[in-house]
Design a protein around this ligand. Sequence first.
Ligand SMILES: Nc1ncnc2c1ncn2[C@@H]1O[C@H](COP(=O)(O)OP(=O)(O)OP(=O)(O)O)[C@@H](O)[C@H]1O
Ligand SMILES: [Mg+2]
Length: 394
Amino acid sequence: MDPIRNPFSPGAGTPPPELAGRDTILEQARVLLGRIKAGRPEKSLLLTGLRGVGKTVLLNELERVAQGDGYRTILVEAHEGKSLAVLLAPQLRRLLFDLDRIALAGDRVKRGLAVLRSFIGAIKITVGEVDIGLDIEPERGTADSGDLEVDLPEVFVALGEAARERRTSIALLIDEIQYSRAMELSALIMAKHKMQQRQLPVVLVGAGLPILPGLAGESKSYAERLFHFPEIGPLRQADAFRALQEPVKAAGVKFAPDALREIFRMTQGYPYFLQEWGYQAWNQATATPISLQVVQQASALVAERLDENFFRVRFDRLTPAEKLFLRAMSELGSGPYRTSDVAEKLGVQIGKLGPRRAGLIKKGMIYSPAYGDIAFTVPLFDQFMRRALPVFPP
Ligand SMILES: Nc1ncnc2c1ncn2[C@@H]1O[C@H](COP(=O)(O)OP(=O)(O)OP(=O)(O)O)[C@@H](O)[C@H]1O
Ligand SMILES: [Mg+2]
């Protein structure tokens, strides 16, 4: 088939031709946006799931839905090396200037800017990276303590009050939330708590690798009361079939039933893999329906492409010791794994593995689905590890 007309879209955050299997979560978001706008309490959303399941795509879609519903939005991507305050400050400034342009009486927006000004002053001292101009007197004593758990809620409350005064609502969307530090997460949770108590029109939506098991104590119990944690997973068979069939149907082409079943078997319904298989199968096919044989030919190509790109970029960021750790995990099946079993496979004491385990979590390669357990964040990574390092122990 003509590669120019290929409807599939493998890539990071690229919208799929058919957003299959996400109706429940979209409906949940619609209710959340409607309720917060009406000043009613509702739990916010934290979308969690493995690499390539479609979290970023959903977050972008939710931003679009929110804007369609009259919300003003901020979307940021958290980052290993950058503080949340530094990411948020310029966006908050933009938003407050936007609100300032809505001509309605009141002084809450000016106060919002003054509070943001003092917040920026404080993070300048503690972080020293932001340099964004705000030619306004800071409101001394608010949001400038230097303690994010105190300051961030004050900024958000000032922002929420400004939005309410201008009769609008705000959606704050944060991608890759797992890169936020524990203290930043807890500041966000406190901010959400304060806004909920005051029924301010601000919605917080996060997306990222599973974080809840990593939260401790009070933060955790607050988080559970203030957020839903919908798990974004692989697509069920019927949805996976739709994700493949609908896009080609629009071009007058279809997949044969056994071809669909084969793609589902190979991808296990993981959205990123579905796009890759659909993409290559389309290019390989010369006639409709796209047959099982065509899919089987495509599989070899896809496996090669995934190994060279999707898996390899992650593999190349690892130290030899980290690679060995992951290879030992892959010896134990598809997971989750007990750290003690990994230690045994490696023939080292479990106490010695702490730093390596922490390093791999920080790099986003593994996460802890439950206390004492670890798992790969990348679907099918165990199979890749066995291909990449065939001999174990080395
Ligand atoms: N519901 C869906 N149906 C079909 N394809 C989808 C769906 N959701 C996402 N995709 C496709 O999956 C791929 C990955 O999506 P996305 O980048 O949003 O994943 P992610 O969860 O954010 O991954 P990461 O954790 O690596 O950031 C994209 O090519 C996208 O088009
Ligand atoms: Mg993403």
